[in-house]
Design a protein. Structure first.
Ligand code: 5GP
Length: 206
């Protein structure tokens, strides 16, 4: 019987427009055993969003109650709404041997790391230049010019924390960056500590 190894938590930090969404989707489409953590939020559901797929949508009271019960491994207020990562669901996935991608910023990453230091693999996704990031945000066409300026200021803050990450990927050409994050997941899965149970079984038979 193959022993299940514990999964790890993959946190890719990137400024808005940095390509984090595409890289996460790429990993989930091309690799087995990796999934996205569904957060709980108090914000209103947007058209097309599905309960339990995009988020678990709850009221402020319920969210506050969940904080009191320590149901979140990390939570944050973003643009007036609350977002949190469920501790139980996260642990269940890790114990089932799945790797879990969390879409949280450097502050959330710090909280998770503090509580589960051995479980976090943090990757800083870095745009190739300031101009390239600005161009991507403009081309994406989602935001007004003043919103783009705000995102650029936030980008500076997010990027200033790059030294807290375990790995760095410069997202210049998307297909190369996809290969880089895949390589990180593969290498992390092969860490001796994560392979220990399976290796012991084989070595024990000698
Ligand atoms: P949106 O409302 O556009 O879906 O997400 C807004 C922001 O909240 C994004 O930057 C996203 O990364 C962040 N976010 C989503 N879920 C969580 C979470 O569970 N914890 C934290 N800290 N941030 C989250």
């Amino acid at each position: 019987m193959k022993e299940k190894k514990r999964g790890f938590i993959l946190i890719m930090t990137a400024p808005s427009g940095g390509g984090k969404g595409v890289l996460s989707r790429h990993l989930m489409e091309t690799m087995d055993g990796i999934r996205f953590s569904v957060s709980t939020t108090t914000r209103a559901k947007r058209p097309g969003e599905v309960e339990g797929v995009h988020y678990y949508f709850v009221g402020k009271e319920t969210f506050a109650e969940m904080i009191r019960e320590q149901a979140f491994v990390e939570w944050a207020e973003v643009f007036g709404n609350f977002y949190g990562t469920s501790r139980r669901a996260l642990l269940d996935h890790l114990e089932a041997g799945q790797d879990v991608i969390l879409d949280i910023d450097w502050q959330g990453a710090r909280q998770v790391r503090a509580q589960m230091p051995g479980d976090v693999v943090q990757v800083a996704i870095i745009p190739p230049s300031r101009e390239a990031l600005q161009r991507r945000l403009v081309l994406r066409g989602q935001d007004a010019l003043e919103v783009i300026e705000k995102r650029m200021a936030l980008a500076e803050v997010e990027l200033s924390h790059w030294e807290e990450a375990d790995y760095g990927v410069i997202n210049d050409r998307l297909e190369l960056a996809c290969g880089d994050v895949e390589a990180i997941v593969r290498a992390e899965r092969l860490k001796r500590a994560r392979m220990a149970e399976r290796i012991k079984q084989v070595v024990g038979s000698f």
